[in-house]
Design a protein around this ligand. Structure first.
Ligand code: 3UK
Length: 546
């Protein structure tokens, strides 16, 4: 192994001990990576050196940058970090902003300089930012000026954070102190720091909804491994594709899908700030985007909109659509196909494993199933004792491959990694054809009257009813049955939320899946609680109303 280029050894010092790591496998020829590797150099500088500098790379917020232009911006940012702010390789740099070309330039600037990028979701408040800063011992921050307040509040209690620069500063801020002003005073050249392939370049915090956030550490080689597995084997986009989508770059689903993967093939990406289903539909049309990444609910909302207002949006440029973050209900797959003709590519990934490890392309998609292990990965459904289960039986999903879980100084490492396998916390079964079929998060399984019931299966059944816009199904405490199935249902506009509707929905579910799974309780609501990454917050549905 090449020696580390980190001068600040914080990441090295806080990796899990070797015996707590998952097994890593690098069997594919494309996973034979060099020992010296800076992934920013590999994705950006090499592209420019190969003569593709004039190709369009990133657009959004009124700008269009070629690869050479992004490189120059990243170089100036790296110079500012090193020359003005004293960054040394291994320092952690917090990034805060909605998706934008400038945020992408910051990511590449940090990583070229040998820094460790720490992305943060735009909606995080001071308390959560403070936890992240403390956990990752963040030393520097680059922050969109419009999101400055919460970071300023967090900074008061976070002594490690020494330097903050703002970008996109409005007229009211001192323009000379902005990141852009610093950049203008620096040359557009910067040689990437020759990091080791196993130097950490990214600490991604989980979008977990409870407890202290967990930081997952990823090496330069992990980034290149993620680019070498799912994108060429399943997505198979081309250099002329225009990527677009909603997940924040702070979420590794967005970082990969909207930045690393397009750049790994010399394609271009559109980074939009607001990506509600409406805004995303509009942007797809405006930019003639061809490859879209978003969550299942967003496809459902866009499809419903398209069907309700035919001809209003022209999404004919789209050719590939990727769904991840939570299970894709068969009804949503079908609806999107009806609305656009496109078969969605579903894929399960996790922050711990960086990106997607089980998926199916358009030709192999099976409604209700996630797919098969992505080349480079192995997956297995295990019983409680860690033994593989036969097809058809529900157990715990275990995965290994070229990427894997390394929590930053966290006892929960022993929970995610057992016997060299990454346990994602999902209950799955493998069907006779070898497809992995999602059931539920293991701790979300509903046990009612002795039966195991997976909430998402009931949700999928309800979503096929024409009156249902969205729904969430959880178990609530019940004296007689232990738990009973309860559905929270958002109806489409104009539908009546009354007892007759509840009865109709119950009958509808009983007619399509085993009757004991039907929701004994139904509560109508106007929206469902979701994370910034589109995941339903089931724990909030379980809390008694109040
Ligand atoms: C769930 C899915 C069923 C599953 C992610 C793609 O979601 C991502 O990372 P997170 O750490 O959450 C991981 C958990 O989310 N999940 C994700 N995708 C699916 N469940 N079908 C799916 N297609 O519980 C998993 O354990 O937030 C997704 C790429 C990168 C990611 N970080």
């Amino acid at each position: 192994m090449a020696t580390s280029a980190h001068v600040d050894t914080f990441a090295l010092d806080h990796l899990p001990p070797p015996e707590a790591l998952p097994e890593f496998i690098f069997e594919l020829p494309e996973l034979q990576l060099p020992e010296r590797l800076n992934c920013a150099e590999a994705l950006l500088d090499r592209r420019v050196a190969a003569g593709d500098g004039d190709r369009l790379c990133v657009q959004g917020q009124g700008v269009r940058w070629t690869y050479a232009e992004l490189q120059q911006r990243a170089n100036r940012i790296a110079r500012v970090l090193v020359d003005d702010l004293g960054l040394v390789p291994g320092n952690r740099v917090l990034l805060r902003g909605a998706n934008s070309p400038m945020l992408a330039a910051c990511w590449f600037g940090v990583v070229k300089a040998g820094g460790i990028a720490v992305g943060t979701m735009p909606l995080l408040r001071a308390k959560e930012l403070g936890q992240i800063i403390d956990k990752a011992q963040v030393t520097h921050a680059l922050c969109d000026a419009r999101l400055a307040d919460e970071l300023a509040a967090a900074r008061a209690g976070s002594p490690t954070l020494r330097h903050v620069l703002h970008f996109c500063a409005p007229g009211t801020m001192d323009p000379a102190s902005s990141l852009e002003a610093h950049c203008a005073r620096r040359p557009p050249h910067f040689e990437a720091v020759p990091t080791a392939a196993d130097d950490t370049c990214l600490i991604a915090f989980t979008s977990g909804t409870t407890g202290v956030p967990k930081g997952t550490m990823h090496f330069h080689r992990d980034v290149m491994a993620a680019c070498a597995c799912w994108p060429p084997h399943v997505l198979r986009a081309t250099v002329d594709d225009v990527f677009i989508g909603s997940p924040p770059l702070a979420f590794t689903f967005g970082l990969g899908g909207l930045l690393l993967f397009p750049m790994s093939i010399g394609a271009s990406t559109v980074l939009i700030e607001k990506a509600s289903p409406d805004a995303l539909g509009l942007a797809i049309e405006q930019y003639r985007a061809t490859v879209c990444f978003t969550a299942p609910t967003s496809y459902r909302a866009m499809a419903n909109h398209l069907m309700a207002h035919p001809g209003q949006h022209d999404l004919s440029s789209l050719r590939k659509c990727v769904s991840a973050g939570e299970a894709l209900p068969a009804a949503t797959r079908q609806l999107w196909r009806q609305a656009t003709g496109i078969q969605i590519i579903d894929g399960i990934g996790s922050t711990e494993l960086l990106h997607i490890f089980i998926s199916a392309d358009e030709a192999n998609a099976r409604p209700g199933a996630t797919g098969v292990p992505v080349p480079g990965y192995r997956a297995c459904v295990m019983d409680e004792a860690g033994q593989p289960l036969p097809p058809g039986q529900v157990g715990r999903l275990a995965v290994k491959g070229p990427t894997g879980c390394r929590y930053l100084d966290d006892e929960r490492q022993a929970h995610y990694v057992q016997d060299g396998w990454n346990y994602t916390g999902d209950a799955y079964l493998v069907d006779e054809a070898g497809h992995f079929v999602y059931q539920a998060r293991t701790d979300d399984m509903i046990i009612s009257g002795g039966y195991n019931i997976a909430g998402p299966e009931v949700e999928s059944a309800l979503l096929l009813h024409p009156a249902v816009a969205e729904c969430g199904v959880v178990g609530v405490a019940d004296e007689a049955r232990g738990q009973v199935v309860k559905a929270f249902v958002v109806l489409k506009p104009g539908e009546a939320a009354d007892d007759g509707m509840a009865q109709a929905l119950q009958d509808f579910v009983k007619a399509s899946i085993a009757p004991y799974k039907y929701p004994r309780q139904i509560e109508f609501c106007s929206s469902l609680p979701r994370t910034e990454t589109g995941k339903l917050q089931r724990f909030r549905l379980r809390q008694p109303a109040g």
